[in-house]
Design a protein around this ligand. Sequence first.
Ligand code: PEP
Ligand code: MG
Length: 313
Amino acid sequence: VRDEEHAARFQPALMRDGTRVEVVANIGKVNEAGQAVEAGAEGVGLMRTEFLFLGRETPPDEEEQFQSYKAMVEALAGLPIIIRTLDIGGDKAVPYLDLPHEDNPFLGERGIRLCLNRPELFLSQLRAVYRASAAGPVRIMFPMIATLEDLAAAKRLAEKARIEVGAAPVPIGIMVEVPSVALMAPEFAREVDFFSVGTNDLTQYVMAIDRLHPSLAAKADSLHPAILRLIRQVVDAAEAAGKWVGVCGGLAGEPLGAVILAGLGVRELSMVVPSIAAIKAKMRTIRMDDARALAKKALACRDVKDVRALPLP
Ligand code: PEP
Ligand code: MG
């Protein structure tokens, strides 16, 4: 039994009809790359790079970043990794960035907005990522994109960094976490290689509930039909453009969420390492037709409690 369990851990998650859903990891530290592989992840769907920048007096230089990214790429031994560029903002204390106080940091100079205003900081990260891409399959992802202009500016800087270090192109994708991107998905789909839905922030911004709010945060439930309908729009737009959609928010690591997302056409589920085995096991018990039927019911629900009450096949 233990040998079988061990073998299953490293097999892809195939649904009963053979449909494959990639199950990958969210990580935020160098040593978690090896842990993700050990847990059966098929790669890393979200590497949060904030850990390199927080809790220190000066920013990490390009070389330090390169060494960290390279160590993770090597630990993955050929499995793909999506490296998300820096996503910090006014809600985190980063003394060396000298960020002005903001009344609404979640609506402020956060993520790509900060990076576009600090091109030297952004370029040093991008150069480090492109250098690390020589060691294995790296993809780049931008957080907090809200407009096509943001994306064009970020891509221009990425291309500049790539040429500076003489690296080959890598796939470039964006987080779908600001509602404008889901609503403009057909236009964005032409400009990216993939989408990854950040259901934590997407829910915060769609429901207008601070994700850290002490009493309201529990109501920011990503299974709300409003969120699922947006994800469906993103999948439809991506498919029409021949691109793929993943989900790297907390919803991907919940059994009901994972099955509904697969039924919506999401091809990659990225989650915390401890959820990987259970989600792979769950996907193996269902058929894609049943996941589609469940997703259809969820889309038709009037409220999140009705979605939560749906029986999981
Ligand atoms: C998200 O917003 O869903 C997400 C995955 O990114 P983060 O939690 O880092 O904001
Ligand atoms: Mg986010």
